[in-house]
Write a protein of this length. Sequence first.
Length: 326
Amino acid sequence: MDIQELAANLLAGDRRSLARAITLVESGRDDHRVQALELMELVQKSKREALRIGLSGTPGVGKSTFIESFGMMLVGRGLKVAVLAVDPSSARTGGSILGDKTRMELLTRERNAFIRPSPSQTELGGVARRTREATLLCEAAGYDVVLIETVGVGQSETVVAQMSDLFLLLLAPAGGDELQGVKRGIMEMADLILVNKADGDLKAAAQRTRADYAGALHLLRRRPQDPDGFPKAATVSAIEDAGLAEAWDDMQALVEWRKTQGYYAQTRADQAQYWFVQDIRNGLLGQLDREPLKSAIKGYAAQVSEGEISASFAAQTVLDALKGLP
């Protein structure tokens, strides 16, 4: 693969090259990883930036429907939109359905939209291992907005907040009953809580749910990077396109305020440091899957299961061996 040519085509906005580049960075092969690092260095020089929006929500809340309606609205305003949808992988087989693209039929046909489903594989945090690099590739390809959809909602899915400029929490009308099921951690990271399906018979329930969450947000400690009125809760209807324009206005206002106050640039710098450390940790963990440590770990595991040595002693022995590797 000619990495120089791939980078040039990607920077020119070629969608096929973008897809190939994401496939490359997601590959687990060592030779592909070397090429991926070369590619990332080439495209990073473009210094292009997109608004990164993380999106999480309870199962069945209508994340795909919301993304399609919201994305179509942004495309209609002349913006280029990329969607990185992460699907959960089976713990047994490792497979994923990757059905998000089929649920966004209208957005898929748009020339100024790019949709890429990826398996979460063994990664926690609601995102795939290389989602951040895929985000950077979408930025380099000239997309104005990158939507990062996580696999679900909970304590671990807050990792997406470490790679986005805005974090949206999407909920369904439930008269406030869902409030007990949403973890405080994810609420503290949310910039906007959007109650979807605010239409038809559910409209009144959506308004009540919004009020419940608005009250809950007031009880949380105010973050220095938020102006008055944020974080906030609002209602939207992806089917009727209601509230989407207002939500977009809120996002733009929040981002503009953070840029003016210096929080936007500082957050991106902090995120870059976070992922630097994460890449080091992932690299160290990857050493455990390579010889000779892989065989050694298997041998120690057998001794631990037989009760010949303690798990703590075996683990420390492996760590000591890791220190001696080149």
